[in-house]
Ligand binder design. Structure first.
Ligand SMILES: *Cc1c(COP(=O)(O)O)cnc(C)c1O
Length: 401
């Protein structure tokens, strides 16, 4: 008998991200299957803990983003979707993204080499990072990346120097901070003043960087970039940040008579981790909000429309992936308001640091058979010698594990 997983929801054609479980997740005779393969067969073959990515789900999400951007920006100057590789990158994933017409954002030599190993053309790869090494910049220029996202004035000088030595012109995008504070947790907010990323618009640092980039003989200023954080549910934060960066484009045009050709609005689009989370806006809704900001900018300034990029990461990879663990020690602790069962698994913060790092929440289910018994208040924990080594802080799991 095939049963849908509880709360299973596939992405709708408009790219609604209501799903928590991958789209091919099913219970077949009680057991979890992904892409038609049972959890126990996967563990028998590969061991656990095991990351499993549902290719159909990930392709559907990537395709939904691409379609939404094509539709919203088709009548402006078009757009690109960069998959933010830090959400999950392997050679196969990079290949899927390339096949679907997406570009790839990388932020280390390893990610860059992974994308190149998948056959993604250099022109469809971006290099990010707040502290790129000279070797990373050299590799990026050698591969002919579409752009290097420059994070500081010091880096601007370094990219200019490396490009000059190589007798090349480096296409660069300036990462600017708009001052918009958004996102789920301070550690995943990236556009307020007191954090490590980017060139500040408000202090004039961004404008100065634009001036230096325009004057540099081996740099071509192809774009402006803003990534305000992760897991942002409200459209307002995106449209405010979009307005700030588009205003900077207008200011650069007024000051230096250059209409910077591309604007990259970054990533951060929300997904659901648990059934308690709000259903986030769809790709179409996010893209339309950004297109509205661009249309206003074009109307108000009379400048040519910029080409637009976005960088979704988790909203492509997150719900497509699950981790399978094997349960070991189980024990209960008595609390004032009842008991809590601690379910220890064979991984933890070593395969997923996010709960410990910034309180990321997840859900869990018994995979190997139907969870028929009543649920018990549970905490899924890892095997490492830290009490913060938590996989899922609060989850109702069947009594008979
Ligand atoms: C993390 C990151 C992203 C992706 O963020 P998501 O929340 O996974 O969409 C995109 N761009 C940059 C620069 C990032 O650091």
């Amino acid at each position: 008998m095939t049963l849908p997983l509880e709360h299973l929801a596939a992405p709708a054609p408009d790219g609604s991200f209501s799903g928590i479980w991958p789209i091919t997740a099913r219970r077949v005779d009680g057991e979890l299957t992904i892409g038609g393969v049972t959890a126990s067969d996967l563990v028998a073959q590969f061991g656990s803990p095991l990351y499993v990515i549902d290719e159909a789900d990930m392709r559907a999400r990537a395709g939904a983003w691409k379609a939404a951007i094509d539709e919203s920006f088709g009548e402006l100057a078009g757009g690109e979707v960069y998959y933010a590789g830090k959400a999950f990158l392997s050679v196969a994933v990079a290949r899927w993204m390339g096949e679907l017409g997406l570009c790839i954002d990388t932020c280390s030599e390893g990610e860059l080499r992974t994308a190149l190993a998948a056959g993604v053309p250099g022109a469809k790869i971006g290099l990010h990072g707040n502290n790129k090494s000279r070797a990373e910049i050299e590799l990026a220029l050698e591969a002919g990346v579409g752009h290097v996202v420059v994070d500081s004035l010091a880096e601007l000088a370094l990219v200019e120097a490396v490009a000059g030595e190589r007798n090349q012109t480096a296409p660069i995008v300036l990462r600017v901070t708009t001052g918009i504070h958004a996102g789920g947790h301070e550690y995943i907010s990236t556009a307020h003043e007191d954090q490590k990323f980017g060139l500040s618009i408000s202090t004039g640092g961004a404008l100065r960087a634009a001036e230096e980039a325009l004057a540099a003989p081996h740099l071509e200023l192809v774009g402006l970039h803003s990534h305000i954080g992760s897991q942002i549910l409200t459209l307002d934060a995106f449209t405010e940040a979009a307005k700030a960066i588009l205003d900077l484009r207008a200011q650069i045009a007024a000051t230096y008579d250059v209409a910077v050709p591309e604007i990259d609005f970054g990533g951060g689009y929300a997904i659901r981790y648990t059934v308690l989370d709000d259903v986030p806006p769809s790709a179409v809704t996010y893209a339309a909000a950004l297109a509205g900001a661009v249309t206003t900018h074009v109307t108000e300034t009379g400048l040519a429309a910029p080409k637009v990029s976005i960088e979704p990461g988790r909203s492509i990879a997150g719900p497509a992936g699950i981790t399978i663990y094997t349960v070991g020690t189980i024990k209960s602790v008595e609390l004032d308001d009842g008991s809590r069962r601690y379910v220890s698994v064979d991984g933890g913060m070593s395969d997923n640091v996010r709960p410990a790092l910034y309180g990321a929440d997840y859900t869990a289910t018994l995979a190997s058979r139907e969870p028929l018994d009543e649920n018990v208040r549970s905490r899924v924990v890892g095997k490492h010698c830290e009490s913060g080594d938590i996989v899922v802080k609060d989850v109702a799991l069947t009594a008979s594990l």
